[in-house]
Design a protein around this ligand. Sequence first.
Ligand code: WT7
Length: 696
Amino acid sequence: GKAASTPAKAYAKVGIEREYSTSTPCFANDKPKHYGKKEGAPCRNVRVPEEYGFKPGMLPGFENVAREHGLKTYKDVYRFSLEHNDLFWESCAKMLNWKEPFHTVQDCDLKKGKVGWFLGGKLNVSENCLDRHVAEDPNKIALLWEKDEPGTVQISYGQLLEWTCKMANTLKQARVQKGDCVCVYLPTSPMAVASMLACARIGAIHTVVFAGFSSESLRDRIQNCKAKVVITANEMIRGGKSIPLKQLVDDAVKDCPTVKTVFVEQRTKKEGRYAKHDVALTDALDAASAECAPEVLDSEDPLFVLYTSGSTGKPKGVLHTQAGYLLYAALTQKVVFNLKPGEVFGCLADIGWITGHSYVVYAPLANGITTVLFESTPNYPSPSRYWSTVERLKINHLYISPTALRSLLRHGKSHVKNHDLSSLRTLGLVGEPVNHEAWEWYYDVIGQRRCPVVDTWWQTETGGISIAPLPGDSADPIYPGMAMRPFFGIEPVVKNSEAFADHGSDQAGVLYVARPWPGMLRGIYGDEERFVETYLSEKPGCYTTGDGCVETADGYFKITGRVDDVINVSGHRLGTAEVENAIDSHGKVAESAVVSFPHLVKGEGLAAFVVLTDDYEADEHLVKDLKGLIKHSIASYAIPEEIVIVPHLPKTRSGKIMRRLLKLIAQNKNEDFGDTSTLQDPDILKPIIDAWSKTT
Ligand code: WT7
């Protein structure tokens, strides 16, 4: 198996040179006992620089309330935000431009799946992101597009508004109406941003599909949201490699009768085939008017649907609406990053994920700053790509994933040394638990110990950052690898095996959020029941996160990873059931079980245990075929590290697969099996262990 039993061995396996080391190597699945102020804790606590200390002025609209009530510190405001929840959010909502004021701050009943914010209010999201800044200065830079071929294109707020209006008129021409879905299958690029904002301008719902997803994944999403239009490019270039987007769309829309028009951007010179419903995007935009009055929308009109993996085989369409989402994204960015006017925000995520929606597009544009569109990969053309980008674009806030950091730190400091990183002010992390080594490397080597590291916990469903080190008081130290403090209005609670733990009781358990907040999902698109069932029924009245967590005695939160069958490979969320479905679709496969194990770069790696049908013997093609199937039905990142053919799976007498045992086998922890008395047959494990030990 791949997972070596000792850290040193594991490092040797993935070839990480340990030029940089901390006292104790910590891994993504570290036991929480390594954290906090406990005696012998290996981590140091880092003081937040004075300039970062939370000030109520960071909450635009709330300053007066804070003054009136004498609220000064994070803790004061946090308590107030829970005790006077409506007043808190009502004041903060002043940071948006409203066409009509709301009459009700919130009308929620989580037990029933009812979530409504800022009712009666009317606004337009694209106007909040564009027009109000253009009115001040149309030449202010909105986007810095760092293309795959190193080099940057600058786009001003004025230009982005023009493109957005042209795109909005183009969509109207294609008969897209308020409430219709538009699928965006594009690389991280200005055209993708204009497409999203164009939907927002006319009240259409966008569904951005990550351009690394296969045509089958794309098809499923288009079918689920019944998209009328797809916006794509002829091809996309990422890490120097071409991905034939248009061809993938052609394969997908064959089975999507709702799609009436496919707009094709010419991202490269390569010519392609055009079908009857295809329209060259540049021609359409050239012909379109550059003026489009923003539609006046209700706070709770849908803004977008974004598909994400759950514990079942089918990804779910997470629905976000207008006002609450935009306010929450913008406010969290402003506060957590201590944002200042004129800054450059470098969230290097793809727009196909929620991180890209919230912190590449909506929050930075609502806040009127400059945002980076990063089309490439951390390693292309060399492992210094991030650092040269920071230097050239003078990025002030970098926001990346622990996976990217881990893959870069193994190449050593030499790739960082020759770059001027003095523009950096905050170092953000998102997407998965971070290990100590990566955290410390970020803080020391990248930030030169000047910049606070903010490890932000949130989810597609939460809309924006929900737990993060800032807005702590400047006297509040940051501990490596801890998401730290809840954002205002967020009430996290930890439930151990029996009950909800008291705050500050230093307990491990499952993380819930005990009240609604403006950025939370409004539902699963087209499946009202699944919303309540998935998120709101485990503990009625509470939102279920699916994450494990520890709340320390000081009230700091440490997220330990998923507790359900959702895994996190390279910061990408994936359901083991999705991978199993793909494997099981092979004619020779009887059944399979996919489990994860700690992986030094990816965070989690996948191991697939596959049982073949009786009349079939494994040959050298089989594993290759299975990998191909997974790539075609999901995406390349879903391909397991190891696919092992086994004679059977370990099952209980009632026929349930004992994944716990497979997980241990995949980590070579055969001595930790514990109680196996519920197994159908205790001898069943040996052949599985043998098969695993033959893997490389
Ligand atoms: C899952 C959500 C949030 C945008 C990107 C991922 C994990 C996220 C952290 C963090 C530990 C984290 C959780 C969560 N996660 N951030 N700072 N520390 N784990 O969004 O695809 O919806 O995935 O990512 O397990 O549930 P997503």
